[in-house]
Design a protein around this ligand. Structure first.
Ligand SMILES: Nc1ncnc2c1ncn2[C@@H]1O[C@H](COP(=O)(O)OP(=O)(O)OP(=O)(O)O)[C@@H](O)[C@H]1O
Ligand SMILES: [Mg+2]
Length: 237
């Protein structure tokens, strides 16, 4: 298994809006090793979500290579991309994106069902995954019976369910109050330390970004040279 879980080479993304080209990412290069916890920061509109969507095979680059676990995704068909999205990537969104009519366990199980993985053990795996994120005893609660922070924990348990190569989190603390923000960042940092889950997190929040191992700044379509050492866990209250 290659040590590099993600390699991006000369990636460009230009959106075409009517007759106008909107250059978003421009000859961007990036390498992420297995087990790293990386934060991506940068001004609004700098292309952070676009980059995450391309890594997550939700969007395609205009040019360049994106290798996930050694597979070049830029040239794959939609059905192969669908499989990579399902099997290699765990998504965590700002707005949780849980199914409101399914309880916490069912939300996690659904991810395994869609991937066809772990038949016969899904219920137990979902419970274990929820226990890992600190939600023991909350398995049967629907999202509207859970706090915002607990809902994000369910989303993280769901992202972990298929044992993905990479967790992609776009502003995972953006909708949370200060206490929940701390808890979710600590959870992501601890999962990375204990389970060695490769995590790429986009955030506007400097404190949140500082909990990662490496902080990358995206600006003018590129990762800027300024790369800061992180791993400052949020201060205890
Ligand atoms: N589907 C699209 N069509 C056209 N332009 C787009 C599209 N999606 C994004 N853009 C443009 O690309 C640029 C980068 O957008 P993106 O959402 O990736 O930025 P961001 O860094 O995530 O911003 P924010 O911090 O506000 O979330 C912006 O100028 C945006 O307007
Ligand atoms: Mg964004």
């Amino acid at each position: 298994m290659s040590e590099l879980v993600l390699k991006i080479a000369d990636l460009s993304k230009t959106y075409i809006l009517g007759k106008r080209d909107v250059r978003c990412l421009c000859d961007l290069n990036l390498e992420i090793r297995r087990g790293e916890f990386v934060a991506i920061m940068g001004p609004s509109g700098s292309g952070k979500t676009t980059l995450l969507n391309i890594i997550g095979c939700i969007d395609k680059p205009t040019k360049g290579k994106v290798l996930i676990d050694g597979i070049d995704t830029a040239s794959l068909s939609e059905s192969r991309l669908h499989k990579i999205r399902r099997d290699k990537i765990g998504f965590v969104f700002q707005s949780f994106n849980l199914f409101p009519y399914l309880n916490a366990r069912e939300n996690v199980e659904l991810a395994m069902e869609l991937s066809g993985k772990y038949k016969g053990q899904r219920k137990q795996r979902a419970k274990d995954s929820l226990s890992t994120v600190g939600l023991l005893g909350r398995e049967e609660h629907r999202p509207n019976r859970l706090s915002q922070g607990e809902q994000q924990r369910v989303a993280i348990a769901r992202a972990l369910a298929n044992d993905p190569a990479i967790i992609l989190a776009d502003e995972p603390t953006g909708n949370l109050d200060a206490k929940n923000k701390q808890e979710i960042v600590k959870l992501l940092a601890n999962l990375n330390l204990t389970k060695k889950t490769t995590t790429i997190m986009v955030t506007h929040d400097e404190q949140v970004g500082a909990s990662a191992e490496r902080i990358l700044f995206l600006d003018n379509g590129k990762i800027q040279n300024k790369q800061t050492k992180g791993r400052k866990l949020l201060a205890q209250e």
